[in-house]
Design a protein around this ligand. Structure first.
Ligand SMILES: [Zn+2]
Ligand SMILES: [Zn+2]
Length: 132
């Protein structure tokens, strides 16, 4: 369904605040822009310890996930990927509690892999748009 690049190696050691998710995301975008050449290519980077489960550019091409976030609510890794890539396709966060949707933190934590109808329309509307 997605065209995802799993990078084997990316050096985030130049990030000054090494668990700052947003700095690590910026570093990925800077270091790996060579890998992003088309509208249907997304760069997803995994890091060890971050202060969030993940982060992504909304309506963009870069996302990061954390193997071991520094807070206790560690989401399943497949949920991190689906949630963050949904942001790349412009789906919003619903906050901690909200509709039965992977964009609601509580359900992402539980491993729910469904989108609410709004997010489904947003994500798939953008995916179909890429191949029009
Ligand atoms: Zn989010
Ligand atoms: Zn939703």
């Amino acid at each position: 369904m997605y065209d995802v690049w799993y990078l084997g190696f990316w050096d985030a050691s130049d990030v000054s605040d090494s668990d700052n998710t947003s700095q690590v995301l910026d570093d990925l975008a800077k270091d790996c822009s060579w890998a992003q050449n088309a509208d249907n290519e997304i760069v997803f980077g995994w890091a060890d310890d971050l202060d969030h489960n993940g982060m992504a550019y909304s309506n963009g091409f870069y996302a990061v996930g954390s193997e071991n976030p520094t807070h206790p609510f560690d989401w399943p890794e497949k949920s991190v990927v689906q949630h963050e890539i949904s942001h790349n396709f412009n789906a919003p966060d619903h906050g901690y509690f909200g509709p039965y949707c992977i964009m609601t933190y509580f359900y992402a934590y539980l491993g729910v892999d469904k989108w609410c109808s709004d997010c489904w329309n947003t994500v798939f509307g953008n995916i179909w748009g890429l191949w029009e």
